[in-house]
Design a protein around this ligand. Sequence first.
Ligand code: HEC
Length: 138
Amino acid sequence: MKKTRLIFLAIIIMALLPQVLSSTPNESRRIARGRYLVEDVSMCGDCHTPLTANGQPNRQRWLDGAQLGFKPLHPMPWFAKSPRIAGLPGLTKREAVKLLETGLLPNGQRLLPPMPQFRFSHRDAEAVVAYLESLKKP
Ligand code: HEC
């Protein structure tokens, strides 16, 4: 009986091992890709990070949401405050991926300018979301 259990356990461990070993590097690669897309390509921090007194992005409050420091020259739909996106507090993973692929909020409404209507590929949207989720406050 004991031997059978041991064999059973060994089979389970052997079956799960490759997944455990490969999921961690995959996930960290995805997060690194997301960080690159957020910080170096789409510049999400330009709007979603508050500025310090001397006009620099406040790294202590990275992607914390901010009052925008600029306005349109002509009347147009406009949302003057960006929400916090570090940790993605207001959205499920699936909603956030869809928003980055379509520019639509979960209720089907379009995001207002100046939020860009991004059309990320599914893969890149997932990478951005993985990075933003990794910024959850402990
Ligand atoms: C030019 C300014 C600007 C940039 C750049 C920008 N955003 Fe936004 N974002 C906004 C504004 C303003 C809103 C609020 C729009 C609304 O609610 O209609 C918003 C809303 C959002 C929301 C909705 C959050 C919620 O809980 O409703 C998400 C998610 C988001 N932005 C993610 C991003 C990501 C990810 C990037 C970069 C890939 C980015 N934004 C770049 C200005 C910006």
